[in-house]
Design a protein around this ligand. Structure first.
Ligand SMILES: C[S@@+](CC[C@H](N)C(=O)[O-])C[C@H]1O[C@@H](n2cnc3c(N)ncnc32)[C@H](O)[C@@H]1O
Length: 257
């Protein structure tokens, strides 16, 4: 497994900031529609974070349905519970995605959103999702492919050093985005749609929100991928020049057998 310089638990302000971007709102909207949630459904959000998507799932499931949020991080669970306190059809529990606390064939719809890149064993999590979903149940997956991150800079070697750091050190499963179709099929799902609503970032501030460029550059320096003086020049250009960065972001709609 690649080494990692971050924990899997992202703090709430970071996740709230990402969720507020046009990019996130757009793909989250599309994936919610793809799930085709009906009143009365049991809907599961694995790695729900601070409850980012639970209100929308609960609204779609209606008062006779239930939105279940699962996260392994106690702070995320506490925040999600507090935010959903006035919604009787939301239940949030602390659990590991590799061992979901649900009986087999009891969930109608499930989703993971930027979670598999953090877990120890994405294939095992997908097998677990297949176990809990009812036959013909729908699942959406959304993961970046950090190996496709490209940031424009006149010094291509410097840009490569940064993206190599991101690919090699920032997440456990940095290329899980491209692996989603294969992993989902191997877990027994039928693929209904595979898309790449790629992140196209044309301003530094949005890129900073999503990628944490300053923080990540500092870590790349500490890890020996970039010198401190190169890092200063890199950030100087990114913050003052014309900005462009892009990365693949793979989404999958899958159906259990
Ligand atoms: C990048 S955040 C995404 C949160 C949320 N899905 C969203 O879109 O805002 C990843 C979340 O997955 C959770 N997570 C990571 N590994 C997990 C695991 N093995 N089991 C359950 N949750 C996990 C983290 O605690 C974190 O809240």
């Amino acid at each position: 497994m690649p080494r990692t310089d971050t924990t899997s638990a992202a703090p709430t302000p970071y996740l709230d900031g990402v969720a507020a971007t046009d990019l996130a709102r757009s793909y989250k909207h599309d994936l919610l529609a793809a799930l085709a949630i009906e009143p009365g459904h049991h809907v599961l959000d694995v790695g729900c974070g601070p409850g980012t998507d639970l209100a929308a799932l609960a609204a779609a499931a209606g008062p006779t349905g239930t939105a279940f949020g699962v996260d392994q991080d106690p702070d995320m669970v506490a925040t999600a519970r507090a935010r959903m306190a006035d919604r009787p059809n939301v239940q949030v529990c602390r659990a590991d995605a590799h061992r979901l606390p649900f009986a087999s064939n009891t969930i109608d719809r499930a989703r993971t959103d930027r979670v598999l890149m953090h877990v120890a064993d994405p294939a095992a999590v997908l097998a677990e999702l297949h176990r809990v979903l009812r036959p013909a149940g729908l699942l959406t997956l959304a993961e970046p492919d950090w190996d496709t991150l490209a940031i424009d800079h006149p010094d291509l070697a410097l840009s490569r050093a940064f993206t190599r750091y991101v690919a090699e050190r920032v997440n456990h499963n940095h290329a899980v985005g491209r692996q989603l179709p294969r992993l989902a099929a191997h877990a027994g799902f039928t693929l209904r749609a595979v898309r790449n609503p790629a992140a196209v970032l044309t301003d530094f501030d949005t890129a900073e929100t999503i990628l944490g460029l300053r923080r990540t550059t500092a870590r790349a320096v500490a890890a020996g991928y970039i010198t401190a003086s190169d890092a200063r020049a890199w950030l100087e250009h990114l913050t003052t020049g014309t900005f462009f960065a892009t990365t693949s972001f793979i989404t999958v709609l899958a159906q259990s057998a």
